[in-house]
Ligand binder design. Structure first.
Ligand SMILES: [Zn+2]
Ligand SMILES: [Zn+2]
Length: 188
């Protein structure tokens, strides 16, 4: 039982860090308070922009949801997330952002004056040189375009991931070759 509104609201935010959404029932049960109380807590949190209040509960506000509004992947037109999955810089200073490594590798093959290209490592969540990375294609983990292409800075991480989730481990050149032969992006 959590009596102080501030403490309850803090607890709801902590839960929403681990769970994408909570129902009013869940929260009322866990906190030992009435549905009315939860409604008031959620109204307060929603008003301050900390959660999205839905019909039956609350959902967390995604930090990585697209906030630039118009940013669209140049290959599939899907939304490019705030934390880019793949970025190409050209020698003329253009910055091309792609929704995922799938579109990134396709765009790379079609860009003439590439100065650098970075892909986001699936495990460590940081940008790595895309030519030195390894890729797992067509695993069970589909986050964006199909076939799913996930980037790993280290080959051993890619192999470890593949043992758990399937797919095929490829180098950058192999992945590019494979994708350009089956070019038909589907954005999820
Ligand atoms: Zn795309
Ligand atoms: Zn994609």
């Amino acid at each position: 039982m959590t009596r102080l509104p501030a403490a309850r609201r803090e607890q709801i935010l902590i839960w929403l860090q681990d769970e994408p959404m909570l129902t009013i029932d869940d929260m009322a049960l866990r906190l030992g308070v009435s549905h009315m109380t939860i409604h008031r807590d959620l109204d307060a949190l929603a008003q301050s922009g900390q959660v999205v209040k839905t019909h039956g509960g609350a959902a967390r506000i995604h930090q990585n949801e697209p906030t630039r509004g118009t940013a669209a992947c140049q290959v599939c037109q899907g939304a490019v997330q705030e934390r880019s999955a793949f970025v190409i810089h050209t020698r003329r200073g253009a910055v091309i952002e792609l929704c995922c490594a799938h579109c990134g590798l396709l765009a790379l093959a079609g860009t003439a004056d590439v100065a650098s290209a970075l892909a986001r490592d699936f495990i460590y969540d940081r940008m790595v040189n895309c030519w030195q990375a390894h890729y797992v294609l067509d695993s069970d983990v589909v986050r964006c375009c199909v076939p799913s292409v996930l980037c790993f800075a280290s080959e051993s991480d890619a192999l470890r991931f593949q043992r758990g989730f399937g797919g095929v481990v490829m180098t950058c050149a192999e992945a590019q070759h494979h994708l350009s032969r089956h070019h038909e992006p589907h954005h999820h």
